[in-house]
Design a binder for this molecule. Structure first.
Ligand code: NA7
Length: 565
């Protein structure tokens, strides 16, 4: 898989040569790692990015309060011991500015910026069968012909604006948390509305609550928010992190969800009530996702156990929020803990004790329309200077389906996936040779960079295999894809997350209701990758340009072993 040579003079020109071996789309964590791995493997590389800087999700989501809720050092790149040693994270859960600094540091540290073009949003990507290349057009007028196209476009990268009447008519300032401007927004003394109380809204609200003249929070569904319990990383912890690097990598690489938190060894009713309450208290005070991963083993299995934890959390909310009516509205009544992706907070419930912060329950009084100066609900109109839409994303497939991708025979990815994504390992789909999408749909829930990094490693290993065996295209066979996809669909009901979670696409009107993650998690991915390698890529079809030009396809799919999923 190398760039084709120019034809010798006198020969008829062959198919157009690619400009580059590997084009990566997206300068987020996955795209940066993919660019690095492909270049280190000896490919010529380029990266195009819609934004004007590095970071992907961590570039666009720069709203006040945006921060990791996975531990910084577990979310970071782990491919270089030197990088790990030299970058000192300031907090266990870093805020967006530190994250953006880190990602820029990595890009410069490994001399990756020269391969990147910013302000270049992909508008179309068309596969050319004879040459086995992709022609990729960007909104800045650029065009790149690439052998391999890696869409590292992320799962939470297309902001969702609900279709509320009058939304465009608002004459004040209007922002989406996932599309935050690079110039700071001045909240001081402003009348502010925040619509949405998912992870983004509940991070933003406490940070601006003390600064604004008034803050009105429009909540449709209350969430089970628990404390993030962030803290600065003390010098002795910094030293320990470095001393324990190998052990940490081992734990992360073998953890089903890519976290350091270990599983608990007891179920809820193994402990008498007093000990249960003490354990709940310990969980409340524990960092981030340990409240899900290190909790009682039956938390997500036994509804009574989950309800008991929820009752404990409801008590916490009632204890923090002084106004009982507001407290009741903030306590979810329609779903169990972690049925939706649980947000982690700092000072969220406390913010509602401030005199000018108020909560509007949209289940009682839905938004009727946005007016030029405010928001109208059944209880009347409130006027605002700033409206913030913290209303989430078109998860999983949003970015991929907007890239104008057309594969073999002009097949549009948006048509092929009209009923939901079909993938193998969440990295490839049949009919689209040499297209990969690590970190896309059918990835596992958990600490994203770990799982996405596994996928990037697999993509890199695959294209190296293709090159080293003299092929130049690779495409997963339909049988393997259908087995993987039916495994994902079949196991959707085993997911902790309910259909009310955006992981099923249900937050976007008209979107097919399909589970967009792989509930088999990393163990399933690892097992399948091992099978692929063991079977010498039998599930994939590979071809050479000489075969294609003589219409004599080298079809390895006949070797399909019936890869199980
Ligand atoms: P989320 O978690 O999808 O939250 C979106 C919020 O917006 C949620 O509270 C929604 O209420 C609310 N929403 C959506 N549409 C409407 C309308 N039409 N009216 C009122 N409220 C609405 O997105 P986030 O950005 O907070 O978090 C996304 C991920 O980023 C998060 O999981 C982390 O991985 C980081 P609903 O619950 O649907 O009733």
């Amino acid at each position: 898989m190398t760039t084709s040579p120019e034809p010798a003079s006198g020969q008829s020109p062959g198919p157009p040569a690619p400009d580059v071996d590997v084009l990566v789309v997206g300068a987020g964590i996955t795209g940066i790692y993919q660019l690095y791995r492909a270049r280190e493997a000896g490919f010529s590389v380029q990266l195009v990015e819609a934004g004007d800087g590095v970071g992907g999700t961590w570039y666009w989501n720069r709203y006040p309060g945006a921060r990791f809720d996975s531990e910084s050092y577990t979310y970071a790149f782990l491919f270089s011991r030197e990088l790990f040693d030299e970058w000192e994270w300031q907090e266990h859960f870093a805020g967006q500015p530190e994250i953006e600094r880190y990602l820029n540091h990595v890009v410069d540290r490994f001399d990756l910026r020269r391969h990147m073009r910013f302000g270049a949003k992909v508008t179309s990507a068309t596969y050319d069968e004879p040459s086995g290349t992709w022609r990729v057009v960007t909104g800045d007028g650029g065009e790149v012909r690439t052998r391999v196209l890696v869409a590292a476009t992320g799962v939470l990268s297309v902001p969702y604006f609900p279709d509320v009447p009058g939304r465009e008519d608002f004459r004040g300032e209007s922002y989406h948390t996932g599309l935050w401007p690079t110039t700071p927004v001045d909240f001081a003394g402003k009348r502010v509305a925040v619509i949405g109380t998912g992870s983004s809204g509940v991070q933003l609200i406490p940070v601006i609550a003390g600064e604004v003249a008034s803050l009105t929070v429009y909540q449709r569904t209350a969430n089970w928010c628990t404390p993030l319990n962030n803290a600065p990383i003390a010098p002795d912890e910094q030293a320990k992190l470095r001393a324990d690097f190998d052990a940490m990598c081992e734990t992360l690489n073998t953890s089903p969800a890519g976290f350091l938190h270990g599983a608990h060894d007891r179920a809820t009713y193994d402990d008498p009530e007093e000990e249960r309450l003490a354990f709940f208290e310990q969980m409340w005070n524990s960092p981030g996702f340990s409240k899900l991963i290190s909790h009682y083993t039956d938390l997500m299995v036994d509804p009574a156990a989950n309800a008991e934890w929820c009752e404990f959390l409801a008590g916490k909310v009632r204890g923090i929020v002084r106004d009982p009516a507001t407290a009741e509205k903030l306590i979810p009544k329609d779903h169990r803990f972690a049925e939706k992706r649980p947000p982690f907070v700092h000072g969220y419930y406390e913010a509602f004790n401030l005199p000018d912060v108020m909560l509007v329950d949209l289940k009682e009084t839905p938004i009727l329309r946005v007016t030029p100066s405010g928001i109208e609900t059944a209880e009347g109109i409130r006027e605002f200077d700033i409206v913030v839409w913290a209303t989430g994303f078109d998860f999983g497939t949003g970015a991929l389906l907007r890239m104008g991708i057309r594969g073999r025979d002009g097949l549009a990815l948006a048509d092929d996936w009209a009923d939901g994504p079909r993938t193998f390992l969440g990295v490839q789909t049949a009919g689209f040779p040499n297209l990969f999408f690590p970190g896309g749909p059918h990835a596992a829930a958990g600490n994203n960079p770990r799982y996405n990094g596994d996928q990037v490693d697999f993509v890199t290993e695959t294209i190296v295999y293709v090159r080293d065996h003299g092929y130049d295209t690779v495409e997963v066979g339909r049988e393997a894809q259908e087995r993987w996809t039916s495994m994902v669909d079949r196991n959707a009901s085993k997911s902790n997350f309910g259909e009310i979670s955006y992981y099923f696409g249900t937050n976007i009107p008209g979107k097919p209701r399909k589970y967009l993650l792989n509930s088999g998690g990393r163990p399933k991915l690892f097992a399948m990758i091992a099978e692929v390698l063991q079977s010498d890529y039998a599930a994939f079809r590979m071809s050479r340009s000489s075969d294609r030009s003589t219409d004599r396809s080298t079809d390895r799919s006949t070797d399909l072993t019936g890869t199980s999923a």
